[in-house]
Structure formats: structure tokens, C-alpha cells
Design a protein around this ligand. Sequence first.
Ligand code: SF4
Length: 378
Amino acid sequence: MSHAFELGPIRPPSEAYSLLVRITRNCPWNKCAFCSTYRGQTFSRRSVDEIKSDIDAMRAIADRIRDAVQNSGTHGRITEEVLAHARGQDDTPEYYYRQMAFWLYHGIKTAFLQDANSLLLPARELVEILGYLREKFPSIERITTYARAKTISKKTLEELVQLKDAGLSRLHIGMESGSDTVLGLVSKGVTAEEHIMAGQKAMSAGFDLSEYYMPGLGGREFTHENAFRTAEVVTAINPTFIRIRSTVPLPGTELHAMMTEKSWTPLTEDEKVRELRLFIENLGDLTGALLSDHMMNLLEDVEGRFPDGKQQMLDIIDGYLSMSDDDRGNFIIGRRIGEFRYLADYTRDSRIDAIRRELKREYRTVDNAVLELLKNFI
Ligand code: SF4
């Protein structure tokens, strides 16, 4: 008997240790010009029975691993021998045992419902799935999911409260921009007004809410508008978290084609930092936190809680912008080749100097080199 279960391709970085439960497949919209995650994949819903059967399979593997650990004398450690023993004659591929062992190691305190827009399922189905998941894994303290603003805005407040009460605690919404011009440019399929309506409704229902903002999404043409309008929309929502996702035109996306056709001009790393500064500066009275928790962002140090942390975030950005051209270039290259994670890690290093000069010879500018390096990251 096999205990395989379905897994979707992504989850937010903040859900790295979460049990992943796939409740729909792919993205029902799948048209955003910057997104390649579900390209060529068709959206489909999964039935409640299918999802329960996946949760049963996860539970069965977890139980086998726990039994094997108890009989192993490894003092609770999940070793290769323990995993092999747990699997025994089970013809479930080893991958699923490793995945489950990883989650067990991290305590199964959080779960993430995949894929791109779980709230498309009727509320009563979601409530049933959430109840079943919590019954089978009582250690879970937080359940989160991606959802589109358009879909949330169509749910009633009562339905959202039902989902919150059933254990769904956090929603991740890809706002990307609060500018209707930019949202239209990248075919987001949602207006600023719908973002505000959905965000306010999600907050009223009691969810923790993550709103994602993409500095640079409007290109050089709309960088100011992207900063100002997004600051307005975010201020109107006052979400729990603002998460920064700097724009990178990925090969194969419409945004990349727009760049090639010169109808959209990518921002340099410095210009994205300046846009981020303008955004933060123009945020109104907020009480949540800003997080830069993604490798695409140049300045991971720019994080903090409002209102007190706002000036500190601006100071970090100003500290970067006041560095010499060579130091900023070195930091950019060092960050993109994995030498530095934070601005605070930066020191002048002749080796990075040499790499920067070499990359400039090959790609003409630091920013052209960065576009190449980021392709490899992804
Ligand atoms: S809604 Fe999200 S997952 Fe779907 S295409 Fe847009 S960015 Fe990608």
C-alpha cells in the first residue's frame, strides 16, 4: 500500500517548516506577467475526500516514523536507519518519508494549504478540511494559505470568520502593487479598490494578513506611482505583515518579453532601493511589521515594526545609498554571489572588487550582471 500524497511547487519562505497540504492544483488566474510558477499548468480543485486521504497518508507515515523512533534507542533522533525501519516493506517512495521526517523534526506546529488560491473552495469544504487536519495533527498551532484578493472580496465576512474559527490563521495575499496602472500593466486581474476591500475584510475577520509588495514592478516608467499608490493601499489595510518581493523579470514571462521589447524598463538595484524608501516614507499610521524575507531583495536588513521601526528602516536604506559607487557595487555583487546576507555583513574585500570588475567587463554594468546572476538563483 502506498502512502504518497500530493505536493505543490511552492510555499512562502516563512512556511519552510510547515506541513504542506495541497487542496487545489496550480493557479486559477495564471496570467500575471511577472509570474512563472504555474506556467502551462491547468488549475483544478481537489475533492475533500482526496485531501483527507492525503492527510491520512501523512498521518500514517508520521505514525510509522514515531513507532520506529520509539523502538530504535536513538533517544528520539530520526536517523537513516530509523527511516529505513519505518518504511519497511511499504512501497511508498522514500521521498515522502523524508518529507514527513523533516516536518516531524520541526514539530508540525504549522501547516500551509497549497496552491495559489485556496479560498476558491467553498467555505464549508474548507472548514471540513481544516477540522480534519487539526484532528489528525493536534500539534498544529497555525494554518496559513495563499489567496487572491478578488476571491476574498467575494467571500462574506461571516464565511471568513468561519474559516478563522476553524483554524485558518493567516492569509498571504500577493498585492504586488496598489497602483491600478501597474496592476493593469502586469495583468494582475485585481484593482486597488478590491485589494483594499479584501485586505480590510481579512483583517476584520481576525486573520493575520501578509500583503506582498513588489518594488520595481512598474518599471522605471511607474516607479513613483508604484511606491505612492501601494503605500496608500497598504495604509488603508494596515496588514499584520508587509512582505517585500523585489521585481526580477524572469525569462519566459511576459514581463521579460516586455523588457526585451523595451515597453518596460527594469529598475537597477539602487532604483529599487529608492522606490522602497519612497514606499516606506509614505506609509501612514501602521501597527504591523515590514519583512524583507526573500533572497530577491537586496537589503534584507530593512525590517521592523511600525510605528517605532520606520525611521530605523529608512536609516538603513540611507546608509546604503550613502555608500560610494564601488562599495554599493561590491555589496550588490557580494550579496548576489552569496558572500553577504545583510548590509551589516559588508566589508571591502579585494576579491569582490576583482569579481565586480570582471563582471562589469563581461556584462557592461553591475545591474546587467545581477540579472544574469538572479536567473541562476531562480
Ligand atoms: S495569482 Fe499568484 S500564482 Fe497566479 S499568476 Fe498571479 S502571481 Fe502567479
